[in-house]
Design a protein around this ligand. Structure first.
Ligand SMILES: Cc1cc2nc3c(=O)[nH]c(=O)nc-3n(C[C@H](O)[C@H](O)[C@H](O)COP(=O)(O)O)c2cc1C
Length: 368
């Protein structure tokens, strides 16, 4: 099974399975001299952790990170940073039935065929949403690096759940409110409506999808390596690597298809000696390079496939059609927990390209 490594200059190796002993991450290429602690990583993991609210799975995981290498005296050394969290709340018995009856919409069927049944099927194994904890472990380091070296701030929030959508919150509202409620929506009133929808759909044995939006501020001009590592292509690849993510768009995005050039172009102005645009239909990217305006993109998540309602599937041992109810504890929507995943996954891409573009040196100044 390849495909578990991302990046060229800031590299993430992701390992572990949902109900194995642990999930973990190795970061290679992090510059030396970054002040980092287990708490910096833990803070990000706590935002993704399950069992913390009524709108997520009731699987309870402490997700306590152990940093095993690459940090000495409170600073990165330049060596690989290895991190892991041990899986605690494992209930593989709940998944025995899934070994034979693949869940519609999940990876049980495709994984079983591809790996000849040798794959760890417990809790979805490598195809579990739990592997996103490894994106967050690596991303937490990338996020701190971007902030300390360049002052880059990355803010994601829930834009839409089911049919309920928040308008256009200000940056200050996103910054202040996104983690102040369980659905991670910057408008508390809309968050309340989203929460009601989630509780209702869970009660009906069903699930909801939605949209996570992400903004990154203070990026210098020129981050991105066209053609095949343009910022938008790398971000799209990373975001679509998040399980259940099904679409990505930037700036005006898919709406650009119905716009005129005169509407979609962002005219340039000088402001305090700096070139800026007053609109941001490009989402802060031109030609695969940051243009100095806020980076802005959205990620679409499908409704969680593991629902409690009766569904049709097959018994692969008996080779017959059958029906079943998916066992186990599942998120009624993955969107709120995907918010910190998107933030940290974006940081992985930006750190990789910022180092590659020479915006971050191999040793940070102001360390020792
Ligand atoms: C944070 C997060 C949590 C998730 N939780 C669940 C879950 O509880 N139940 C489930 O069936 N899928 C969950 N998923 C989605 C599945 O992992 C995903 O649908 C599956 O791997 C199949 O991949 P695909 O949907 O991209 O085809 C979660 C995804 C994320 C990002």
């Amino acid at each position: 099974m390849t495909g578990n490594i991302y990046g060229e200059n800031f590299v993430l190796v992701s390992f572990g399975e949902s109900h194995g002993s642990c999930v973990g991450a190795v970061v290679d290429g992090c510059p030396a001299g970054l002040r980092i602690s287990e708490e910096d990583v833990q803070k990000e993991l706590d935002l993704r952790r399950p069992g913390t609210s009524i709108v997520t799975t009731q699987r309870r995981e402490e997700d306590r990170v152990e940093v095993l290498s690459g940090v000495f005296g409170g600073f990165t050394t330049g060596a690989p940073v290895a991190m892991l969290i041990r899986n605690a709340d494992k209930d593989p018995k709940a998944y025995l039935e899934i070994q034979d009856k693949p869940r519609p919409g999940h990876a049980d069927y495709t994984a079983r065929v591809k790996y000849g049944g040798f794959n760890d099927w417990r809790g979805g194994g490598r195809f579990s949403g739990r592997i996103t904890a490894t994106f967050v472990m690596g991303g937490a380091i990338a996020k701190k690096l971007l902030m300390d070296a360049l002052g880059v701030e990355i803010l994601a929030f829930t834009r839409e759940i089911g049919g309920t959508r928040v308008g256009d919150p200000t940056i200050e509202e996103i910054r202040r409110n996104r983690y102040s409620n369980e659905v991670r929506c910057p408008d508390p009133e809309v968050a309340e409506r989203m929460k009601k929808e989630i509780i209702g759909i869970r009660g009906a044995g069903d699930s909801l999808g939605g949209v996570v939006e992400c903004v990154a501020l203070n990026l210098p001009v020129g981050v991105g390596e066209p053609v095949f590592s343009s910022l938008d292509s790398d971000l799209a690849r990373m975001m679509l690597s998040i399980p259940a993510a099904k679409g990505v768009d930037f700036g005006s995005g898919f709406a650009a298809a119905g716009m005129k050039g005169s509407e979609n172009n962002d005219p340039f102005f000088y402001e305090g000696g700096k070139v800026v645009t007053h609109t941001n239909n490009s989402g802060g990217i031109l030609g695969g390079l940051t243009n100095g305006m806020p980076l802005r993109f959205r990620v679409v998540f499908k409704p969680t496939s593991s629902i409690a309602s009766l569904q049709r599937t097959v018994s692969m041992s008996k080779k017959v059609d059958t029906e079943f109810r998916v066992p186990g504890r599942h998120d009624p929507t993955v969107v709120p927990r995907a918010v910190p995943v998107v933030e940290n996954a974006a940081a992985l891409v930006l750190a990789d390209l910022a180092i590659r573009g020479g915006f971050i040196p191999p040793v940070l100044e102001g360390g020792r």
